[in-house]
Ligand binder design. Structure first.
Ligand SMILES: Cc1cc2nc3c(=O)[nH]c(=O)nc-3n(C[C@H](O)[C@H](O)[C@H](O)COP(=O)(O)OP(=O)(O)OC[C@H]3O[C@@H](n4cnc5c(N)ncnc54)[C@H](O)[C@@H]3O)c2cc1C
Length: 395
């Protein structure tokens, strides 16, 4: 066992999409950063893998996300320059549903409020433009040109690499077993972090452990629910040209309150899609990552009603984890009783696109306890009452 008594400015627990972004921003501001991950990111055990994530500007989840995603676009562009690889591919983003569906209405509301150009299409227009889509008479669609996809693994590697170049010490395959304030009575107390390999001290801490957040912050009793999701890659069985980049945008389709799917044009690895599974609750360290017959038959049934030319050979399938908040908005805030600890749970299935902007906001909160980003929607006090300092430590 090695023991370190070195003290760091900030320790980051979890180096996935959000922790690596925070490490990048903090390290380039000259902070002495140490980061830990229980695996070696990018890996397939959490929420950040599977080639591509969608990015879009006319945000149906709420117009107040728009400035945040605009900043993320700038930072993805900057990161692309730094790593020498284009991480973003513009494909457009197409939102589908019946008239009045919350997805379609939400996109239109954000577009109106932020002056984002969108094309509204009825069923006959959809049939003309997207022959691969089964457009029933009541289907409508909204296209925004700026939507597209980010390449996950190069993006995550890029953030980690930038953090390391600026001096961050990144400890992979080293789970944090326990953290404790050094002085329980001092709300500003530095923390001691224990892993199987050592003991570390940090003035401040950022918790970005994804599906494991609730366990690491046990005393806060955060109402986070982790669900198992599956991503599929299919070979189209007919008309493959209808599903290529240029022919089909990144798309989302709301067919009912519990019937929501998204997918990507084929970039040579197959037609990728996921169908939200809002109720498949699991424990992040002990769930089955095997594909079941039911997983496959459900998604094939869905495809027959939406993209009937797609369901050819199943090329690949991977499970992934969503960490849901009750209202599906992120949690990005300072710990309610320990101002030197920042907590981030930005998933609910839509956080990746914001990662570099979230990292920037986390760095601001950690260093200055405030940020110019509007995080009002993401406050922790919507779930947790302020606690006494004695109860704020993790167990
Ligand atoms: C199938 C799927 C599709 C999605 N599609 C989109 C999309 O199209 N667009 C979009 O914007 N978002 C999307 N998302 C959401 C997005 O991927 C997540 O918001 C994002 O990946 C969350 O990143 P994270 O850093 O919070 O979690 P993770 O990347 O999972 O990172 C958490 C890290 O913490 C580590 N960790 C846990 N416990 C410990 C410990 N005790 N000690 C040390 N390390 C620890 C884990 O090993 C892990 O690496 C999707 C998610 C899924 C699952």
């Amino acid at each position: 066992m090695t023991t370190s008594t070195n003290r760091y400015d900030v320790a980051i627990i979890g180096l996935g999409a959000m922790g690596s972004a925070a490490a990048w921003h903090l390290a380039r501001r000259g902070q002495r950063v140490i980061g830990f991950d229980r695996f070696h990111p990018p890996h397939m055990m959490g929420s950040t893998h599977g080639d591509t994530r969608g990015i879009r500007e006319a945000y149906y989840e709420g117009p107040s996300y728009v400035p945040f995603v605009r900043r993320a676009y700038e930072l993805w562009d900057e990161l692309s320059g730094l790593v020498g690889q284009q991480l973003f591919t513009q494909t457009g983003a197409l939102s589908l549903g019946v008239e009045g569906a919350s997805l379609v209405e939400g996109v239109l509301a954000s577009a109106r409020e932020h002056d984002i150009a969108v094309d509204y299409m009825d069923s006959s227009e959809l049939k003309k433009r997207y022959p691969g889509v089964m457009a029933t008479d009541d289907l409508v669609g909204v296209l925004e040109q700026r939507g597209g996809m980010i390449e996950i693994e190069p993006a995550l590697n890029g953030q980690l690499d930038q953090a390391a170049r600026h001096g961050a010490e990144l400890h992979f395959d080293e789970p944090v077993d326990k953290w404790l304030p050094q002085d329980m009575d001092d709300i500003e107390s530095p923390v001691t972090i224990n892993t199987a390999k050592g003991t570390y001290e940090a003035e401040r801490m950022v918790v970005t452990a994804g599906a494991w957040n609730a366990g690491l912050l046990g005393k806060l009793n955060l109402p986070l629910m982790v669900t198992r999701q599956v991503m599929f890659w299919f070979e189209p069985k007919r008309n493959p040209e209808a599903f290529e980049v240029g022919a089909l945008p990144f798309w989302m389709w709301e067919r009912g309150p519990q019937d929501f799917a998204y997918g990507f044009p084929n970039v040579g690895k197959g037609f990728k899609l996921g169908h939200h599974q809002p109720l498949d609750e699991v424990e992040p360290s002990g769930y089955s990552r095997e594909l079941t017959e039911r997983d496959e038959s459900n998604v094939r049934y869905w495809l027959e009603r939406t993209f009937p030319d797609v369901g050819g050979k199943l090329l690949r399938a991977e499970t992934c984890l969503y960490t849901h908040t009750p209202d599906a908005h992120f949690l990005l805030d300072i710990h309610p009783k320990r101002p030197n600890i920042v907590v981030a749970s930005p998933c609910s299935g839509h956080g990746f696109k914001f990662a570099p902007a979230i990292g920037e906001a986390l760095a601001d909160l950690s260093m200055h306890r405030k940020t110019e980003h509007d995080l009002e929607l993401f406050r922790i006090d919507r779930f947790v009452e302020p606690l006494g300092a004695q109860t704020a430590a993790a167990d």
